[in-house]
Ligand binder design. Structure first.
Ligand code: FES
Length: 133
């Protein structure tokens, strides 16, 4: 299996690893087949901008690399922009993933969506009104 240099870089030096203690959006997703788990923490300000984001991924190298890239892509962006991030865009930003590893990038997209679902739920809002999937 061939990995791009960018995948190797984000695997070896993942960006935004960790936990945000006072996060106001937390999402955890997993893939039942491979058993990998990804957790995202966000600090979203009153303007709806993702000021900070961190992740913990217990999974394969591609899952770590896609989490890392996904956090980089949504950091400083608005919720609306983050909701538009697709797994394909994450994979493209990494110069591609082997086909059998595309599901790892799906986990990254789902983790962001899960965190934003949590954000709206905490506000007493119905996530389905905001997150159209
Ligand atoms: Fe399942 Fe990578 S092998 S997330």
């Amino acid at each position: 299996m061939e990995y791009s240099e960018k995948v190797m870089d984000h695997f070896a030096n993942p960006r935004n690893v960790g936990v945000i203690e006072d996060a106001n959006a937390v999402g955890e997703v997993g893939n039942a087949k491979c058993g990998d788990i990804m957790k995202m923490y966000m600090k979203i300000n009153d303007d709806g901008v993702i000021e900070d984001i961190k992740f913990k991924t217990f999974g394969c190298g591609a899952a770590v690399a896609t989490s890392s890239m996904a956090t980089e892509l949504v950091k400083g962006k608005t919720i609306e922009e983050a909701l538009k991030l697709t797994n394909k865009a994450v994979a493209e930003a990494l110069d591609g993933l082997p086909p059998v590893k595309m599901h790892c990038s799906v986990l990254a997209e789902e983790a962001i969506q899960a965190a934003l679902t949590d954000y709206y739920t905490r506000k007493g809002l119905n996530p389905a009104d905001y997150i159209k999937k």
